[in-house]
Design a binder for this molecule. Structure first.
Ligand SMILES: Cc1cc2nc3c(=O)[nH]c(=O)nc-3n(C[C@H](O)[C@H](O)[C@H](O)COP(=O)(O)OP(=O)(O)OC[C@H]3O[C@@H](n4cnc5c(N)ncnc54)[C@H](O)[C@@H]3O)c2cc1C
Length: 285
């Protein structure tokens, strides 16, 4: 925070309404603070006010009959350690979370900050797409619920000028569902050069339902619907996983950037698509 030399006030509002009022009145000079990572790594000299959400009771992970509910100020560590996450989707979400970045960063990265910042390399957003998460936002009066797919069709910058992310709801899935993620990094603490998350419903070896998301491609994470259509209704076998590798290589929407060529991203995406499916065959045994 020391890099932000023009900051004059720190607010700890007692309600979402109060937070939104400060945000709206600030004329773009206030910023909501999640874990504060982006705000400090990319200091914006315009910022004069911090709005901390600590008093809003948004650090929680709880469940009801249908959902696991995660508050916006919960960190990756909070979520990975929460009792309700230990067996969620056969522990695969918890494992995926503990593979992101490094422990000190996981202790700071919040769910709300990750959603609002929408980094194209985020490992959280593909997991939210694949698990068909619902994002909850509030303008202080109403809480609105968006499927993650719909949420990112909004003008995010404009939306975040009048709303805050208050949480995420993860659907509870039955035993027929399997979840997997992969992230391609040169070393464990790098941001991913490509990442993938997949949720598959398998009944009597048939893929009944599937959602796949690819991120850090290098564009924003997206639903790989062509891949989903390819798999839906097919019998999950080793041969299918191998076919899916070549299908993914040819059909995944990736591009080049200074870090990786398009061809290499296609290659990695194909391998990951196959490996995640093979893990599901192993996991189903
Ligand atoms: C060195 C480094 C490596 C990283 N590696 C990875 C990685 O490999 N994978 C990965 O997924 N992430 C990674 N991250 C995290 C990622 O880059 C962002 O820093 C993180 O997602 C932002 O989280 P935060 O809680 O710190 O948000 P902040 O920095 O506090 O906020 C980010 C933005 O979101 C806004 N905001 C925060 N909370 C809310 C809210 N509740 N409602 C509305 N707006 C809000 C803020 O105003 C700000 O504009 C890394 C970060 C660092 C610094």
């Amino acid at each position: 925070m020391l890099k932000l030399k023009n900051v004059k006030s720190c607010f700890t509002p007692n309600s979402i309404q109060e937070a939104i009022d400060i945000l709206k009145k600030s004329d773009g000079k206030a910023v909501i603070v999640g874990g504060g990572l982006d705000i400090t790594v990319f200091p914006n000299p315009i910022i004069e006010q911090f709005i901390f959400l600590n008093k809003l009771g948004l650090t929680y992970i709880r469940e009801d009959d249908e959902n696991i509910k995660i508050g916006a100020t919960s960190t990756i560590t909070d979520i990975a350690k929460a009792p309700v996450m230990q067996n969620y989707l056969k522990s695969k979400v918890k494992i995926a979370l503990t593979e992101i970045a490094s422990e000190p960063l996981r202790n700071q990265i919040t769910m709300g900050g990750s959603i609002a910042r929408h980094h194209f390399y985020s490992d959280i957003i593909p997991a939210l797409y694949a698990s068909r998460a619902k994002i909850m936002i509030s303008d202080g009066e109403l809480v609105e619920e968006f499927f993650v797919d719909d949420f990112y069709h909004n003008d995010l910058k404009a939306l975040m000028e009048t709303h805050i992310v208050v949480g995420v709801h993860l659907n509870k899935y039955g035993d027929s569902f399997q979840f997997g993620t992969k992230r391609f990094v040169r070393n464990a603490t790098d941001i991913a050069l490509l990442n993938m998350a997949m949720l598959v419903q398998i009944e009597e070896d048939i893929i009944k339902d599937v959602s796949i998301s690819v991120g850090s491609r290098p564009g924003p994470a997206y639903r790989f619907e062509k891949g989903e259509a390819f798999l839906r209704g097919k019998k999950l076998t080793k041969a299918l996983a191998e076919d899916f590798e070549s299908f993914t290589k040819s059909n995944v929407d990736v591009a080049k950037d200074m870090r990786l060529s398009k061809e290499y991203r296609q290659h990695i995406a194909g391998i990951y698509a196959k490996e995640i499916l093979l893990d599901f065959i192993g996991g189903a045994r």
